[in-house]
Design a protein around this ligand. Sequence first.
Ligand code: MSP
Length: 652
Amino acid sequence: MTDRARVFYLTTPIYYVNDRPHLGHAYTTIAADTMARYHRLAGDDVWLLTGTDEHGDKIAQAAAKAGVTPQALADRNSAAFRETWNALGIANDDFIRTTEPRHTKVVQAILQTLWEAGEIYLGNYGGQYCFGCERFYTEKEIVDGKCPDHQTPLQWIEEENYFFKMSKYQAWLVETIERQPDLIRPERYRNEILGFLRDPLQDLSISRPKRRLNWGIPLPFDDKYVTYVWFDALINYVSALGGPGDPRFETYWPSAQHVIAKDIVKPHAIYWPCMLKAAGLPLYRHLNVHGYWTLGGRKISKSVGNLVEALALKDTYGNDAFRYFILREMVFGLDADFSEEALVGRLNADLANDLGNLVSRVTTLIVNFGGIRRGWQAGDVGELETRLERRSAQVIRDVAAALDEFAFQRALTAIWAFVGSVNGYVDTTQPWALAKDETQRTRLDVVLYALGESLRFLGIMLTPFLPDAATKIRVGLGQSGEPTLADAVWGRLAAGTRVQKVSGLFPRVDDKNKSDLEIGATGTSSRPPSGQSGPAALVTIAGPAAPATISDVGKLELRVAEVLTAEPVPKSKKLLKLTVSLGGEPRTLVAGIAEHYAPAELVGKKVVVVANLEPVKLMGIESNGMVLAASIEGKLAVLTVDRDLPPGATIT
Ligand code: MSP
């Protein structure tokens, strides 16, 4: 770490151990992990903290119900969180549990300081209490006599308790929030808190009598009481750093930022700043608040019985696809509804189609056409390359600005716009056409360089969002070692870099609702289209009108073919001329798919062809085979294999 490294300390909420990790928890943790990875990429000194909140009524009650001790329940469920984050590839630097001595020690030290400073007093309190939320509700907040969050009846509780003099910080807090417009963000949550602070702030009850609850940290100055769960929990953010005076605390605390969802804004935006102020500690820099994930419009939680297990989603779709979907789909600050269909849609469109195809096309083009033979030489470069370079620099700025506000969606949109530009660059420059003309060798090398450089750039920029895919891209581009943002600068790809084909980065996922597509075929067909100019007709292989036997199917030699080049057939709207490899000599075939695929999209794809058809001439070009495709209602998709098999593999 250099002296000039900026420090970035980020925390997630510590999760209650009466629940198992679900999509909601996973979102917060993945969002925090993405930010941490981005800052590490930028060379910052990063500390990412997560953990579990293990004291309080909720845990005690859940343990009693399960017939185990609170500690046993906490151990089990804390481990479930830790293991889930491991499986999701979360790179946290620390994991705090509020039952650890390092935490209790700091909580008690802060309580003692506040007690000695006269910030805490013994008082009497009666109020409507929600056991689910572990807090009293004011008359204004109560809806139909019930807890607005849990919709369960509240209980009147009256008892002697210790109070923190929070009310005396009201004016200071309002002034602080007004002076620092980005302290609580997005703005809607800042406004919500300022609205709340228009009413007088009450002192905060910070203890529970042990006879009612003993699963908590004892007050150091009265052991008949334990600490109120929020007073205990919020302090994790400083106890995990060793507490005031610890070198780690001194390094990281001044740059602290929290990520939470909207459910716990009040403790973080009101109690916590007042507690810090009273303890003489500096305030955090930002409180970043996101909305809720809902399922069919309802909050995801154990109590509504629609828990979406984080691990199950990752197991089905893969880590990167899951990360991508949740970061891309939710506008940070607003609620988002989860559906598996939307996830599959994004996976197929953004990951398999846009990114995955680009990576496979570009690496195939580079490998097939001679590799990276030239470095970046200013004299070679045309307008198209300069534009790509400028766009990459813009992406670096856009991603930085977006992530500064936790706007993951905007950052990803900026990166995908670049993916689109590179796809467009392939279409425009047509390297397969340049390859046919010896006089264009330098131009081809320049184009291949720009393409390689674009992928190297993506391999760096995607690191925080899609860590596994980004590594595969970098390895394919011959890059080793830890990526850095400084290396994203255009022109660093060295001449002679060894590039390998990278295919199958994101296999498409079948959408179950659409899987009963008619199987059709395009290209040359067993019933050649009438007339030379007509498109290759879609031919149903096994339609109801023509029952086939196994031996009929056996007559077709179906093989995997890798598309080497693709180009439009002059004067035809529908036909593409493809050269494909079936392992041996390349073959030419003509396919009626020009209205559905840009030529460049096909290059590098492994498609399925009928290899033993008699050659036919279409628009004067001899076609030696047929590309299989599925189609319905004007939509068409060529068949591919969902594992990487060498060209020529037979389909049985
Ligand atoms: N233990 C407290 C937090 C103490 S922090 C000092 C707590 N725990 S919790 O297990 O209920 O976690 C709440 C957090 O989990 C939310 O703030 C959010 O980060 C995440 N989410 C839980 N459900 C969620 C959704 N349905 N949607 C988005 N995030 C949600 O509160």
